[in-house]
Ligand binder design. Sequence first.
Ligand code: OOG
Ligand code: NI
Length: 476
Amino acid sequence: MIHVETWRLRAEFARRLSDLYGTEVLAYGTLLDVSRQVNERVLSERGADAERLGSIGRVTAERHGAIRVGTPAELAQVARVFGALGMSPTGFYDLRDAAPRPIPVVSTAFRPTDPEELARNPFRVFVSLLVPEDRRFFDADLAKRLDAFLSRRRLFPGELLTLADRAEADGGLDGDRAARFLDLAVGAFALSDDPVDLGWYRELEAVSSVAADIGGVTTTHINHLTPRVLDIDELYGRMSGRGIEMIDAIQGPPRWDGPDVLLRQTSFRALAEPRRFRYADGSVHPGELRVRFGEVEARGIALTTAGRDLYDALTAEVDRRHAGSASVRREEVAREVWSERMPRTERELAAEDLAFFTYEIDGTRPLDGVPPSADLARLVADGWVVPHPIVYEDFLPRSAAGIFSSNLTSSGAVTDTHGGAHRDAGWMSAAIGRQVREPAELYETQRAESLRRVASALGLDAITPPTGALRAGSRS
Ligand code: OOG
Ligand code: NI
């Protein structure tokens, strides 16, 4: 019997989830059509350069999903299902004090962490966990009833979890088991037609519509599935042109004429979907909810810690200037700030240690008697090695909060008294029994490995990575 390896399970799962979501949310089909058109246009215009941050094969298949769960036990089960697909919890995002509106969740993203696995299929899922213990959102009585509700439900059948554990241990599943696993796994994220208890849902919605979407229903579902595009501004315009109501802005870095960094995202507003409701007298009637939306993203180069600090400083500067001149669009202000303070070339990003690159020997370099230097900047300048940008595979907390907030149906209620339960990556790792990986460490490892390969090929002991000396001189 054929053995279906981990990455094939992941690719098949992503494809089937996309098919499922397409039958559930029709505008998603439009989003995919338009994404494809945009990518084809960019590819034909820019050629090989369009594939600098990922082959067109990868980019076309690339999706991220978002799901939301209620308890650490549920998150631990999610981790087993995604573990079977070669996806590890990566990054920790606390959205509870996020602007423009706090969301009562902490999140991580399950994704492949190995560059080869990412190249085979980069499917990732942003998973949010409700924090009922946070007294700024939930009082003790509501939290208690929420816990009771959540502890009664079962999101993932036992058979799915058993198959998941087996797949993770064996690096895949054999044919029949693989098919069964995929059916159960995809099925677990389908929208259920179980009636929603209207009173309970509304009570949670008064706190946060995300809390209602998580704790007000007996199942989980895919909230959105996000394709990747090569020109998000064009996509935004084309979707609006098709009459689809987009959120006000593209989240993340502005469009500008320098290198694309991190992540830019936008979404269309949640659509009304038919759901059944149970009323206080026990009767069940049709109604609708708006919770699921469509999102699209464009990915750029991963930033180092120093680069992230610069990004955060620029974002704060944009906020400051924008607050002072509210009549100018935020994007305009952002473009201005970026053109003043963000390096305009990849080479500068590398030299100032602001972004992550891998390095490769330039096999076409003519031998001219110049010996290879152990200093990386020199090696690049002398043409011995070429830098390749590492694409950002993770998320941005502020953008995530912006995406969440622009799709809320209630304004929610938060008190700013104490009682915000402490949560961090260590807490989450312990809660799910798996280490939440630190994105910057993964990028750093990739860079360091490439430098080791280059050093050994050039007969050097070690190569000194960039130190950010330039930055310290020119920007502090
Ligand atoms: C997650 C919102 C954040 C992203 O891509 O940043 C997000 C959610 O709506 O559950 O999807
Ligand atoms: Ni998303």
